[in-house]
Design a protein around this ligand. Structure first.
Ligand code: AMP
Ligand code: GLY
Length: 423
């Protein structure tokens, strides 16, 4: 079988490394992939969102199965377009991907079906939003979210009315995120540990993966601006068996049932961004895909074949599988370019990797997020460059391995957090 993975980051590299273990896959392709992914799959220079070019590629390369990993091709209807041509896919339809691509859709879904989430209001004009944040009954901080996709930057925690008004102007009038900010959600600020739970679902059965903890801010101590994610541990020690049971009853099953009721069954990987508040777990966000970098810490713990699970999701027979997980701990430390998440330079030589882009130290896995391969070497090409993942009998053992390997890999300006898993 020929399999194509759409996307170009560390998440896609982790998916590809897991798929590589399946003997029925004869050829693995990535579009567009990156330098390190090119060591495990054949990279094809087609943009992840280019639907017509992807349809051509699937035909010319005789692709049997496509994994659509990033949010934007899912939101644009990549799965619908491929399935229309008879190509089997892993990933939700455009209608189901709205659970991530429209915060208004997801918040209204949660309200309608009684799924716990922060109290909120939706605004489609800046005057009424401004009036609302000026009202004397409003408590700060307040959370303002752009409705649409915004590269993970569409959420602002406004500490006071002036910051809230500034955000409304930037999202709705200056159109910082284009049409994504035409509508906004303003919601109450909640407190508590955050947990990511990724789950396989075929729309009938939901199979949560091992929980994880992302570290979004750039600096140690959770300081500085938000990034795509600077490191992950799995499992998340805040997520007990009792909480998992509660989430299954109050959040996971109600969500897939709600999507079915709305006529857009969700098939693929559903990402639950949860906050464990004093009043119980609530949904902070849904994503319609695997998380990045959560996948780089979670998939290494998967013992059942990933391709078998993906096929079962596509064929809607997930209930027939008994998915097995390792009881080890896992950690992923992200090495980023200096200056990320703001401006950063690329093109620096990455030192400390072998010819295949792996660590010299074989007890870790290096996932490439932003590298290019030129003249026999790897060069930086993105903000997040590498994810160094390790598993161990304890969290400390996993972290120790990942950090030991990270110390031996470098490029000009490299930055990584030294406190992954310490919260
Ligand atoms: P989101 O993209 O919706 O996950 O938001 C990004 C981050 O903003 C989350 O991981 C939280 O840390 C924070 N956040 C979002 N919504 C809230 C909320 N209602 N209360 C407190 N923090 C929030
Ligand atoms: N790590 C956060 C995300 O994938 O959206």
């Amino acid at each position: 079988m020929n399999v194509l993975v759409i996307g170009s980051g560390g998440r896609e590299h982790a998916i590809i490394k897991a798929l590589k273990k399946n003997k029925r896959i004869s050829k693995l392709f990535a579009a567009p992939g990156n330098g390190g992914i090119g060591m495990d799959a054949q990279c094809l220079p087609v943009k992840a969102v280019d639907i017509p070019a992807m349809l051509d590629l699937v035909k010319t390369k005789k692709i049997d199965y496509v994994v659509v990993a990033p949010d934007d091709p899912l939101a644009a209807g990549m799965v619908d377009a491929l399935e229309e041509k008879g190509v089997r896919c892993f990933g939700p339809s455009k209608a189901a991907a709205r659970i991530e691509s429209s915060k208004v859709f997801s918040k209204n879904l949660m309200k309608k079906y009684g799924i716990p989430t922060a109290a909120y209001e939706v605004f489609s004009d800046s005057d009424s939003a401004s009036c609302y944040v000026k009202s004397i009954n409003i408590k700060y901080p307040l959370v303002i979210k752009a409705d649409g996709l915004a590269l993970g930057k569409g959420v602002v925690i406004a500490q006071n009315c002036a910051e809230a008004l500034e955000t409304i102007v930037s999202f709705m009038m200056e159109k910082k995120f284009g049409a994504s900010g035409s509508n906004i959600v303003i919601e109450e600020f909640l407190k508590g540990p955050e947990v990511t739970v990724l789950a396989f679902t075929d729309g009938k059965t939901i199979a949560p993966m091992i929980s994880s903890m992302d570290h979004k801010q750039i600096y140690d101590g959770n300081k500085g601006p938000n990034t795509g994610g600077m490191g992950v541990i799995a499992p998340n020690f805040h997520y007990t068996k009792i909480i998992a049971q509660l989430c299954m009853e109050k959040i996971f099953l109600p969500t897939i049932n709600a999507m079915n009721e709305e006529g857009c069954p969700f098939k693929g990987c559903l990402y639950f961004g949860l906050m464990l508040t004093d009043n119980g777990p609530v949904v902070i966000e849904y994503n319609s895909r695997f998380g990045d970098p959560e996948t780089q810490a979670v998939l290494p713990l998967l013992e059942t074949d990933l391709f078998d699970i993906m096929q079962a999701v596509t064929d809607e027979r997930l209930s027939s599988l008994d998915i097995k997980w390792s009881n080890k701990n896992s950690a992923c430390v992200v090495l980023a370019s200096g200056g990320y998440p703001q401006n950063y330079k690329t093109g620096f030589a990455v030192k400390g990797l072998d010819g295949n882009g792996c660590a010299v130290n074989k007890d870790v896995t290096v996932y490439h997020a932003g590298t290019e391969y030129n003249d026999g070497g790897f060069f930086t090409s993105g903000g997040r460059v590498l994810g160094i993942s390790a598993a161990g009998a304890s969290l400390d053992a996993a972290l120790e391995k990942a950090y030991r390997a990270a110390e031996n890999i470098c490029f000009d300006g490299v930055h990584y957090r030294r406190d992954i898993g310490k919260y």
